[in-house]
Design a protein around this ligand. Structure first.
Ligand code: NAD
Ligand code: UD1
Length: 348
């Protein structure tokens, strides 16, 4: 039997694109997801695109017995760990849920992996761990900051847990990937980001304004010390991000210990530049108002992505126009995300 890759959170936004990339690269894939922020429809569409389906296990990474049975059922070579909660605002209201899913969940997963003799792990971290950067671009050796919310702290704690684990036992090979701002969708328009409720992040919000689901965008501050006064971020196409995970998996075969890599495009765009680029891709206008700064936002944040290029052999292939065209295709083909397809299933 070929060994498989386990993808926790593989039904979610980044996980589904990575599941597709792994299937297309010829890997066997097992997805473990509790569907708390996703639907099975994403995996149905992944199967449609790949021509074959991943195995799917519905369940929670905090369930030690379930993890044990997944690892006992078939040989697993490595784990890509996406499962977790990610809404910054919600994390301040429900901190325990964030520490349970993002910290305890990672701990349970590592425990079960070690018990099963599996030591290759790729972890989804975030540029949020840098806090307020003292200079840009941000290299991996920039000191981690003091995250301003429980979500950010849970990611930092999980990173620290993994550092200690790797130091304690040299069989572990761990890639900590610090994502900058993932956006866009698969060019087919079949899979993409499907936020529940009102989106927190910029591009999903812009998309929903463009299709008329939301009235207008609130631009959070136009008085930052940036070229046009609005916040600057490093947006990375989700397909490039997914491919970064394949390169990280390969790197684990070559290098022992724990490595940290930024996955970003290495350049920043402002909120106004994002609005204009989306308008160009969609042919629609995006009404906006200027609102006060959002608490916890930094003025600018973009990656020095040279380490990933040098050590993982990875760089981005998609431009801002690709991000916008693909985000728009996904939004216009799926105005209600995966729910439209589920509704059709229910009617049939
Ligand atoms: P997502 O919510 O779309 O995907 C996460 C998946 O994990 C969902 O399918 C959800 O149902 C599942 N899940 C959550 N808790 C679980 C649990 N306890 N057990 C099993 N499954 C569980 O989010 P995403 O955008 O795809 O993010 C994936 C990872 O990347 C997360 O860890 C997130 O913190 C990290 N990240 C995301 C971004 C971003 O902007 N999207 C940026 C930096 C880091
Ligand atoms: C946010 C989170 C961060 C998380 C990241 C990816 C906060 C404070 N930070 O980062 O922890 O890792 O998402 O999930 O929530 N903007 C608007 N109007 C909007 C939405 C955003 O003007 O309605 C602006 C923001 O001020 C920012 C830029 O757009 O300048 C990008 O925002 P967003 O997509 O939320 O990402 P981050 O702020 O980088």
């Amino acid at each position: 039997m070929n060994s498989s890759i386990l993808i926790t959170g593989g039904a979610g936004y980044i996980g589904s694109h990575t599941t597709l990339a792994l299937l297309q690269a010829g890997h066997e894939v097992v997805v473990l997801d509790n569907l708390s922020n996703s639907s099975r429809e994403s995996l149905t569409r992944v199967a449609q695109l790949a021509g074959r389906a991943p195995q799917f296990v519905e369940g929670d990474i905090c369930d030690a017995k379930l993890l044990q049975s997944v690892f006992a059922r078939q040989p697993i070579q490595a784990v890509l760990h996406f499962a977790g909660l990610k809404a910054v605002g919600e994390s301040a209201l429900k901190p325990l849920a964030y520490y349970r899913n993002n910290v305890s969940g990672t701990l349970q997963l590592c425990q079960a992996m070690g018990d099963a003799g599996i030591y290759h792990l790729v972890f989804s971290s975030s540029a949020t761990v840098y806090g307020e950067p003292s200079l840009v671009p941000i290299g991996e050796n920039c000191p981690v900051g003091i995250p301003t919310n429980p979500y950010g702290r849970s990611k930092l704690m999980a990173e620290e847990l993994l550092q200690d684990l790797a130091r304690s036992d040299n069989r572990w090979r761990i890639a900590v990937l610090r994502y900058f701002n993932p956006v866009g969708a698969h060019p087919s328009g079949l899979i993409g980001e499907d936020p529940r409720g009102i989106p927190n992040n910029l591009l999903p919000y812009i998309s929903q304004v463009a299709v008329g689901k939301l009235k207008e965008l609130a631009v959070f501050g136009d008085d930052y010390s940036t070229p046009d006064g609005t916040g600057v971020r490093d947006y990375i196409h989700v397909v490039d991000l997914a491919n970064g995970h394949l390169r990280a998996l390969e790197a684990l075969e070559r290098r022992p210990g724990l490595g940290v890599w930024n996955l970003g495009a290495g350049r920043g765009y402002s909120v106004f530049e994002m609005i204009r680029a989306f308008e160009k891709a969609s042919g629609l206008s995006v009404p906006y108002i200027i609102a006060p700064r959002r608490a916890g936002d930094v003025a600018e944040c973009w990656a020095d992505a040279a380490k990933a290029e040098k050590e993982l052999g990875w760089n981005v292939k998609h431009q801002l126009s690709d991000m916008m065209n693909d985000a728009w295709r996904w939004q216009s083909l799926n105005p209600d995300g995966y729910r439209s397809a589920n509704d059709l299933d229910n009617i049939v």
